[in-house]
Design a binder for this molecule. Sequence first.
Ligand code: PXL
Length: 277
Amino acid sequence: MKRILTIQDISCFGKCSLTIALPVISAMGVETTILPTAVLSTHTMFKGFTVKDLTDQLRPITAHWKAEGIHFDAIYTGYLGSAEEIEISKEIFRMFREDGTLVFIDPVMADNGKMYPAFDENYARLNAGLCGEADIIVPNITEACFMTGTEYKEVYDEAYILGLLDKLATLGSKIVVLTGVSLSPGKTGIYGLNTETGEHFVYQNDRIDASYHGTGDLFSSVAVGALVQGLSLPDAFRIAADYTAHTIDVTLQNPERPWYGVDFETTLPDLMKMLGK
Ligand code: PXL
């Protein structure tokens, strides 16, 4: 069985980060090792959330795994709580990266033109450095702008996206994938660049006018879970995009109208079908 190490926070309530990555990647038939960077009562869109930072635990936990000779087929980082955790994540890549280990970075820190509460420009600079260590990075447009010093635009054309991809390529990752890219009205999706071959890959599906927390984590978890099982880049990202859009759609039909997260629990059987399982 393939094994992924995922490094991100646990938001106890709210369905994002590890409370998405662990169930979703496990359901895909991939063993999931978690390294929690912090414990929060909820994600940061709730008021008054509590945070217990776990930076001091990362080195002892990973040193133990190293002593046990544990191997990871992929390392996937998401929301990291502090600048120091970015530095420690780099050390963890060096400790566990072997031939064929996929390093997948979702540089979670911002959306819709704004940083999440805990972060600033310095954090964006450090995250850009972390992205240089990756095989694949999946920033949204806001994160890409903060990491490359580009002006954020709500309304843009394809040339703006291609320019952003070229700037992201200079960070050093082999594959750069921009998420939340809308190339025509009513559509959204991804725009990727293989920096080694210069090839682009694009996938667009219907844009649903709703925004939920944790959808980026859902997308990344599915993409990395699919890639580690040998799906091609376009297939893995297509399934991740379709599954995320489908889950948002299903959540919108929930009469309880959850605002804080999506009903991936309902749609996991559909993911299995998309994966041909
Ligand atoms: O879904 C990204 C995410 C992860 N973890 C925490 C968050 C967010 C988004 O706001 O607040 C704690």
